[in-house]
Design a protein around this ligand. Structure first.
Ligand code: SF4
Length: 213
């Protein structure tokens, strides 16, 4: 059984999949408490569903792209791995959104991982599991959510130290409401950083606090 916060159909708001219709499976629980968290309702709320029950719900939307998100989906590691495997077996294109604080080593190779490394202003810097960078694949994406200049400088240093751009795609986005997008874009251009800037599209389409989108 997995504790599931919500299953809904929307457009993908982030990553290189932004703009595509997608079914989201939001799993309950998170081992982090980021200062800017916008899904605190997923920390505890949810109902228990079996893997077949979740897949049958996903199928109702007739959409091939599915994202497993949270909370932190890997907090329910074994069942979450099984859910992703079965979705892949049934030919779904599966995305996993994870905080980067739990090991991604066992995730099915067919899953596209969108992984955070938590910047200093998140308050969760110590939770980053840098070993995870080794397991990222060319189609995976590594995301930095940047709230101020300190975060930006830190993320730039990580790019130099670990060179994850050689392994996967790199995304830079702002903490919504904390840093102006134009400021981050200017820094990226000034430094000629080879990263993809992104906005959380769903926060512009709907009210930023709307759930289930
Ligand atoms: S990892 Fe995500 S869900 Fe967990 S506290 Fe941070 S922002 Fe919220």
């Amino acid at each position: 059984m997995l504790k599931v916060n919500e299953i809904f159909y929307s457009v993908q708001g982030e990553s290189t999949y932004a703009g595509l219709p997608c079914v989201f499976v939001r799993l309950t629980y998170c081992n982090l408490r980021c200062t800017y968290c916008d899904t605190e309702y997923a920390f505890y709320e949810g109902k228990n569903l079996s893997v077949p029950e979740i897949i049958s719900e996903v199928k109702k939307y007739n959409c091939n792209l599915v994202e497993i998100t949270g909370g932190e989906p890997l907090f329910q590691m074994n069942e979450c791995l099984e859910l992703m495997k079965q979705l892949c077996d049934q030919s779904f294109e599966v995305l996993l959104e994870t905080s980067g604080s739990l090991l991604i080593k066992e995730v099915d190779q067919r899953v596209k991982i969108i992984m955070d490394l938590k910047c200093p202003s998140s308050g969760m810097l110590k939770k980053n599991l840098y070993e995870n960078i080794n397991y990222l694949k060319p189609d995976d994406e590594l995301k930095f959510v940047i709230g101020n200049r300190e975060d930006y400088d830190w993320a730039s240093e990580i790019l130099k130290e670990y060179n994850p751009g050689n392994k996967c795609k790199i995304l830079f986005s702002v903490v919504f409401g904390k840093l102006e997008p134009i400021q981050l874009v200017n820094w990226i251009l000034e430094d000629k950083l080879n990263v993809r800037f992104q906005l959380q599209m769903h926060k512009f389409i709907w009210h930023p606090e709307t759930r289930g989108v």
